[in-house]
Design a protein around this ligand. Sequence first.
Ligand SMILES: [Zn+2]
Length: 713
Amino acid sequence: MNEIFNKPYEAKEFEQDIYKRWEESGFFNPDNLPESLTRTSDLVSRTFCIIMPPPNANGHLHAGHALFITVEDIMTRYKRMQGYKALWVPGADHAGFETQVVYEKKLEKEGRSRFKMDPQELFDEIMAFTLENKKHMEEEVKRMGASCDWSRERFTLDPDIVKEVQKTFVKMHNDGLAYRGLRTVNWCTKHQTSLSDVETESVEKTDKLYYIKYGPFVVATVRPETIFGDVAIAVNPEDSRYKQYIGQEVEIENPNGKLTVKVIGDESVDIEFGTGALKVTPAHDNNDFALAQKHGLEHVIVIDQFGKLNEKAGKYAGMKIAEARTKVVEDLQAMGLIEKIEDYTHAVPTCYKCGTTIEPRLLPQWFVKMAPLAEMAAKAVDEGKIEFIPDNYRKIFLYWMNNTIDWNISRQIVWGIPIPAKLCNDCDAAFPDLYDEVHVCEECGGAVRKDTDTFDTWFSSGQWPLLTLNYPDGKDFKQFYPTDVMETGRDLIFKWVPRMVIFGLYLAKEIPFKTVYMHGLVNDAKGKKMSKSKGNVVNPIELIDKFGTDALRMGLVVGNTPGNDAALAENKIKGYRNFANKIWQATRFVLMNSDGVDFSQVPELTGRDKEVLAECAAMKGQITKELDDFMIHLAAENIYHYFWHTFADKIIEENKDRLKSDNEADKYAAQYVLNEIVRASLKLLHPFMPFVTETIYGNLPGNDGKMLMVEPW
Ligand SMILES: [Zn+2]
């Protein structure tokens, strides 16, 4: 018996060396896998591919990363052992707005502000910060045991990736799917950028609803401070109270004087809401903007990009929204124009990063026309081309695709992929300009300037399966696209998954992945969401240092059903550290009792021997089926119970006397059976607990230099 077994298993003594051995073997790269493993009987290789959701390179590995790395590594190791050319492509995401927000917090702490920095200087600083984090992140991904192919690692800001992303934009523009539009967009006054709808968070708030006397009407509004931007009053054409006013101009009074506005009839006005008469402020409300478009009304901007009233608001100019609201209401009250005030609870969109109430702001931006793309994506899913695990995410996906609005892809931040476009200084024209060649306006001949906006980060990550496989001409693209599994967090069913399907179908005319596997959140031991402010964040690397990676991996997957949130308790992980020791000790016992035995002869097996070997084979069948069905939580739990409670507790115990027997043939049969089960179990355990199993396997008699990760399943 190898003397390594004389001591108890200590994960930290082995894990980093084992990872190094795997890396040096080159087997993370499917091109290097032994042909004896990957060739099928008809001499074709089967492929399996997962694209790793690129972790945001703006911080350290968190429990959610640890979970997805574990799940994807289990899938990859399993398929590799099954003889597939298994490719798992790692990456890192610059994560646009997300990273810029992290960096801005850092600047704030240092008493600095991005608004006082030169854009290039800011970009360079964030790049240095990101590359530093990316390095840590990679080290941490390795600590998790990830068997991904580092030689294929990509970063969303690699120059060739940037170019491909920009080309997609130009292609979409040429195809009429990307356009420049002027409309109210979601504006965060703190972060000074527009956001897409999925980057806002709806929060229930109770505000005051003011009933304001408005000419012959009373209008109900939560935003009296915007009355200086009112251009119309809208009523429902069916509303008998107001019918006679439609088409007329009426005079209204506000604290800055008198104003004439038009009365319009529109069936979208809810007769039941408030008084049934609405003030229309196209520059500061999305619905009002739509009404204005329909009825040809002008826009009057009264609030600036910092959330302050401008000169159009007369004496309120320079005030912040909240202050202006109080003052305007006071003045309206003094004029006797407030009829009543009610409490009003409604959903208010806020910036998902800072919680600031979103200000609708009239701003020209680049948009992606979603309807035709979403229809294509919905069709592919309807036809069953993509399987969702769990299946209820299919419905969520379809709901989302059937209710899209055009996607604002412009961000007013430096940290991102530049939008390759020029804007005219003289007219409203805007043009894509991939190679910086356009110097005069195509419409009016005027001078043009560079669009300084960057793409929404999901515009590039949406193309990730294509970009990582070197679409359109790369060898990998031809060999591995469409990929097999997209394993990602359930919250990304809105932000990421649909965009990948859309870009895949639009660019490659083919779905990007056959299966979507959604995992839930990893919560703390009590099931509470981890957050820095609550101080309950679990650091996976600390857990690895304490209990070993294998234990953490088991703790993350056992009992964790796809799509549902999981609680991560230290006790559970500790239990699996004990299990790693159990595997070590049970193996040690078997080896000690069969030292030097040559197993080339098949022994005469007892009925019970045959039964336990059949049981082991059945367990293999069960684990295989569960892994094929993506029931990873069950497979992990079953192999755990089998090894500990069937093999170690029962089968070894039953055989203890036989190992001491004078009947050499019977003793040999017992030794043979136990060794067979150890070897079979190590294979079944390997995808879940790669380190301890690899360590043991390499030290089994006759296995010198053999690597479990490429042994046939
Ligand atoms: Zn914000």
